[in-house]
Design a protein around this ligand. Structure first.
Ligand code: PA5
Length: 445
């Protein structure tokens, strides 16, 4: 079963002729992707990754995951942005947000190096206390501040716990092929390394060891994940109007041009929470540049119907919703009848929560559409590794197509450098002295 689009709730907002009109831009974007990819440049390596993955390295990923699962009770995955979001999102969706608590066969997985909060880092250090530990650090450069600080902290912990020789066997680095500070350091120290290819950017790296190694450690069948990605890569390789991925890119661009500059990704499964974080990075970094771009936001319903729902229904008409409709969310829970019906919910007795969730979805789509918020529905068959591989590739390809349609380069992220330079200057990093003086004056120090 494949991902499909339901455009029924868009009818009053856009017409088929508008899709026809914009389609040459989809074709041009498609051509750009295929003309540029395959040459090891332009960060388009992800396009064919599901087909031409380095087999030897893939087997090493599986072997390392097996080893880690057998000798560790806790695994700390260190990374930020594209170097950690994908793995976290996949584990929560395919396994469970309660993976650590529920799966006693797998090590607990903690994500560190994704903030500069000492409270957060100290919390993870405490959670790992007394457990056999492995560290997977994912960083292309090896010089990013957040993962760098966490890596220092956990190397120290491993060295103290196991001694340097044993600690080295418990550190895995996913990084650049040959450049980069982490690669150099890992080789000097003798840590096992895996490669994020030069032509795959962080946010498109789910199907590299950056995503695959932690995902496999969590006990997910990565063969199935890759099979889903491969099927999706084949399915979305033709530029025709039945291509759901390309249609999605076209629809969101039409809505953007009609003034809908916020896209609210909506899920009815809490297991989609981290996927929404991954989505926001993918689209925010790919499209938000040159003073353009759809702002990616997210909500989990029905939770956020009790908060953001008000704005979506009645607030400024700046957004459209993209609803991830998971058709099979797994085991159901049946609601019991209670004596006295004190809460008035006995009309739900003997019905599954999945039915209630579905009716909430149907009712919300109708209400929001009536309130003039366009809804694109993406039907996702289920919550398996295969389904997830399809979904991730779907969004990656759509981001590439959509970015080119918007007239930006979807594969760079020049904007994220500005805050970094300021932070380096304010922290006194060598080479930023003049800037420091200027910024401190601005801050009034
Ligand atoms: O998507 C991206 O490229 C970024 O989010 C990076 O993954 C992030 O900045 C971390 O960089 P690095 O992998 O060099 O530590």
């Amino acid at each position: 079963m494949a991902i499909s689009l339901n455009e029924k709730y868009l009818k009053k907002f856009l017409s088929d002729s508008e899709v026809d009109k914009i389609w040459p831009q989809v074709e041009a974007a498609h051509k750009t992707i295929y003309e540029k990819s395959g040459y090891g440049n332009d960060f388009l390596g992800w396009v064919d990754l599901p087909f031409n993955y380095d087999k030897e390295e893939y087997e090493r990923v599986k072997a390392a995951a097996k080893r880690i699962r057998s000798n560790s009770k806790a695994v700390v995955v260190i990374g930020i942005g594209g170097s950690y979001l994908g793995a976290r999102a996949a584990i929560e969706y395919i396994k469970s947000p309660f993976h650590n608590e529920l799966d006693k066969e797998s090590p607990d997985i903690y994500f560190a190096g994704n903030s500069i909060s000492p409270a957060y880092l100290n919390g993870i250090i405490k959670l790992c206390d007394g457990k056999d530990l492995t560290v997977i650090t994912v960083s292309k450069s090896g010089t990013t501040v957040e993962p760098g600080i966490a890596f220092r902290a956990f190397r120290k912990i491993l060295n103290e716990k196991y001694g340097e020789a044993e600690a080295k066997k418990r550190i895995y680095c996913v990084t650049d092929k040959c450049r980069g500070a982490l690669k150099k350091f890992a080789d000097e120290q003798g840590f096992e390394t895996f490669v994020i290819p030069d032509d795959v950017g962080g946010r498109y790296s789910m199907f590299t060891p950056g995503g695959l190694l932690p995902i496999a450690v969590a006990g997910v069948d990565i063969d199935e994940l890759m099979r889903g990605a491969k099927d999706a890569a084949e399915r979305y390789s033709k530029c025709d109007k039945d291509n759901a991925c390309y249609r999605y890119a076209a629809l969101r661009n039409i809505l953007y041009r009609k003034g809908r500059s916020v896209e609210m990704l909506v899920g009815y499964e809490p297991a989609l929470l981290q996927t929404a974080e991954w989505f926001k990075q993918l689209y925010g970094e790919s499209e938000g540049k040159d003073q353009k771009g759809i702002f990616p936001a997210s909500a989990i319903f029905s939770t956020d119907l009790h908060s953001l729902g008000q704005y979506i229904q009645d607030g400024s008409k700046i957004m459209f919703e993209t609803v991830l409709n998971v058709e099979n969310g797994g085991d159901d829970y049946y609601i019991e009848k209670v004596c006295g019906d004190f809460d008035g919910l006995n009309y739900l007795a003997d019905r599954g929560m999945s039915e209630v969730n579905r009716k909430a979805y149907e009712g919300t789509v109708l209400a929001h559409t009536a309130g003039n918020t366009p809804n694109i529905i993406i039907n996702v068959p289920g919550m398996s590794a295969y389904d997830y591989g399809c979904l991730i590739y779907f969004f990656e390809k759509a981001a590439g197509i959509s970015g080119y349609m918007l007239g930006v380069n979807p594969f760079d992220q020049p904007g994220v450098e500005s805050y970094k330079k300021n932070m380096f200057a304010l922290l006194g990093k060598k080479g930023f002295e003049d800037m420091r003086e200027k910024l401190e004056k601005e801050l009034g120090e």
